[in-house]
Design a protein around this ligand. Structure first.
Ligand code: SF4
Length: 437
């Protein structure tokens, strides 16, 4: 689902570029890309350092984030490569294992208070409110929580029945991210989504009526045969519903998915590059005209509704990821759990360490910083690069950015380098030139 694979804008998702493996390693996904940036689950990883960062010119101490991967879906969507299972029998042992993992790994964040909590998946709304309550009770018992944390639950629209939404209001959840993907019936059938247009609209309205204002939806564009008019109608519906946060991703043909098999069999054809660019142009123009700020390549928000959790990945916050396939980051190392429910459950029962990890060297951390930072409207900071990665990489960055500054693809704002509107359209290319390879 969220918001968060290489989130792809514009150009063809089929072309493998030299930097594609790095981007993929960092994470990219249609439904969650936000999740590429949305969460540290599966392939959505972000590397960031726990340090004082400079956001919008202000010094801010950042705190920790918690991501919980809920690996259950009622059925698999055509395009999805996130780790999830349709085996309901694993739910109870999963919850027990998750609560056990909290106590086993609570020291990972060094006692830092949680500023954001994000339940992603999979489909967290496949859990009952009682089960979610047990998870939140364990979180609050195990971790320190900062004042006014952002607490997000990913949900599928068809799970958001009136009684479910009403019961959710009894939990600390204050933000819902829904995998709407499209308001068009043909698109939803093609993507093998469970919900229909009416359920998507009703789910948004139910949340709004319940007083839950902080709503995000995911949309996918670049579907085979999609027209620009169809995409405009989708965006128009989202605008009409006054949804304050929208994540929009280009469809990607991920290997191993049913969609990729259709492609290989010649049963679907990707949209051409020109149309991809037109979709992205329409996306930016329609949403910014409606008052949403384009704060990250694939993310738009009304004032006050920028996702704090996603932003934490882009700006350097430590995070702990719990559940199968979840990733964690502590400033120098990345760790991840196995993408297997039986292995995860068995490991937690035995109290065994099942995480794999990698130490991130300075060039890797620099590259991650470039990729994550340039995607945002805050860009990258030269003093921050110097402080974190040294003079040599800062000078390298400046040298590599110079032609893009001349061509108007990057602009300078004080000590920061930020993609221009033109640069956003070819962001992969600009980023790759700044990477240390
Ligand atoms: S609901 Fe669909 S897209 Fe979301 S995680 Fe499950 S299978 Fe993937």
């Amino acid at each position: 689902m969220f918001e968060n694979n290489v989130m792809q804008q514009g150009p063809s998702p089929l072309k493998k570029k030299p930097w594609a493996s790095l981007l993929e390693r960092l994470g990219n996904n249609p439904e969650k890309a936000g999740q590429a940036f949305r969460n540290p689950s599966g392939r959505k990883k972000r590397t960031i350092l726990r340090e004082k960062i400079y956001l919008r010119g202000k010094n801010i101490w950042i705190m920790a984030g918690l991501y919980i991967h809920v690996p259950f879906c009622a059925k698999r969507c055509l395009y999805c490569d996130f780790f999830s299972s349709t085996e309901k029998g694993y739910k109870e042992p999963y919850i027990e294992a998750l609560i056990r993992e909290m106590s086993l790994r609570k020291a990972y964040l060094g006692g830092e208070p949680l500023r954001t909590i994000y339940l992603g998946g999979g489909t967290p709304s496949q859990l009952s409110v009682a089960d979610l309550g047990r998870i939140f009770e364990a979180i609050y018992r195990t971790f320190k929580i900062a004042g006014q944390p952002e607490i997000t639950l990913e949900a599928n629209p068809d799970d958001m029945r009136p009684e479910y939404v009403k019961a959710l209001r009894g939990l600390p959840v204050n933000r819902v991210s829904m995998g709407v993907q499209s308001f068009r019936p043909d698109d939803l059938r093609f993507l093998n989504r469970r919900h229909d247009r009416e359920q998507a609209i009703r789910a948004v309205e139910l949340c709004q009526d319940s007083g839950l204002e902080n709503i995000s939806i995911d949309l996918i564009y670049g579907l085979p045969g999609q027209t620009r008019q169809a995409w405009e109608e989708n965006l128009g519906q989202a605008i009409q519903l006054r949804i304050p946060h929208i994540s929009a991703y280009h469809l990607i043909y991920e290997e191993g998915t049913a969609l990729h098999r259709l492609l290989q069999a010649g049963k679907v054809a990707p949209v051409d590059e020109e149309l991809s660019v037109a979709f992205f142009t329409t996306l930016i123009e329609r949403l910014t005209a409606a008052g949403l700020e384009h704060y990250e390549i694939s993310n738009f928000a009304r004032p006050g509704f920028i996702s704090r959790h996603n932003s934490s990945y882009w700006t350097g916050e430590n995070y702990l990821g719990l559940g199968p396939s979840a990733h964690s980051y502590n400033g120098t190392d990345r760790e991840w759990n196995p993408s297997s429910l039986p292995t995860y459950i068995k490991g937690m029962r035995e109290g065994a360490s099942i995480v794999e990890s990698e130490k991130l060297d300075i060039p890797t951390r620099y590259n991650d910083y470039i990729i994550t930072g340039l995607r945002t409207m805050w860009g990258i900071s030269l003093p921050e690069i110097k402080a974190k990665f040294g003079d040599r990489l800062m000078e390298y960055c400046q040298k590599q950015a110079s032609p893009h500054l001349d061509r108007g693809l990057i602009r300078r704002d004080g000590d920061r380098l930020i993609l221009t509107r033109s640069g956003i359209f070819i962001s992969d290319g600009v980023m790759s030139d700044l990477l240390w390879i």
